[in-house]
Design a protein around this ligand. Structure first.
Ligand code: SAH
Length: 218
């Protein structure tokens, strides 16, 4: 039977289950993360015209030259971040439309999120409130600076690609904390995980990714 666009159509449980199955096939193991991918209404984070594609495993444009991240990458980054600690305080750089924020929020105590485009940040703050997500603090600003006021953070997740490792983010990482960040130039970015051990930073590559750049300066 062919479903209606609203009911058993493009945003239905079956459509979401298909996405979750796909992520499992690609190696996502965390039940908590998979449940979040199933329950966050991704169609509410994209333009109505793109809603029918919201549960495809693909990045989509969201205006202002920005994108909503690919569900697989959101799942992978969230899983990598949460493998390291009992979720407490997380700093997120690159709020964008807030999809990553929404997936992560119920899994940690508090998120501090920084976005350089104020207009986008204001819209996203309203969207997440409409979804009853309240454990997020928002700041318009430059992610290269982090958000020192509330640091150090148990986890830091960056959803734009940095040209090099941002030193200030390393400084805001709590002992034992982990930083998940894409690093590199367009076309050759590497998803990098840094763990803050007592004697050294351990750096692990999680594979190639494709993000918009983490813009330098204002
Ligand atoms: N997290 C989003 C994807 C974000 S796209 C999701 O879940 O879909 C990357 C975002 O990083 C964009 O909104 C962009 O404006 C923002 N950004 C780019 N450079 C930045 C900087 N220096 N500081 C803060 N945010 C930045």
């Amino acid at each position: 039977m062919i479903g209606s666009r609203q009911g058993i159509g493009m945003t239905s449980a079956r459509t979401r289950d298909r996405l979750v199955k796909r992520l499992m096939d690609q190696g996502i193991r965390s039940e908590a993360v998979l449940n979040q991918i199933r329950s966050v209404p991704r169609h509410l984070f994209v333009d109505e015209a793109l809603a029918s594609r919201a549960y495809e495993d693909t990045a989509l444009p969201i205006g202002l030259g920005q994108t909503i991240s690919q569900p697989f990458i959101v799942a992978r980054m969230t899983e990598a971040l949460l493998a390291g600690f009992e979720g407490e305080k997380v700093l997120e750089i690159g709020t964008g439309c807030g999809y990553q924020t929404a997936v992560l929020a119920p899994l940690v105590k508090q998120i501090y999120t920084v976005e350089r485009l104020r207009e986008l940040m204001v819209k996203t703050r309203q969207r997440l409130r409409d979804l009853d997500i309240y454990n997020v603090q928002y700041r318009p600003g430059d992610g290269w600076e982090g958000w020192p006021k509330y640091g150090p953070y148990d986890g830091i997740i960056v959803t734009a690609a940095a040209s090099s490792m941002p030193k200030k983010l390393l400084q805001q990482l709590a002992p034992g904390g982990r930083l998940i960040i894409p690093i590199g130039q367009p076309g050759q970015q590497d998803l990098t995980m840094v763990v803050n051990h007592p004697d050294a930073y351990e750096q692990v590559s999680l594979g190639p990714v494709s993000f918009v750049p983490l813009v330098q300066g204002k």
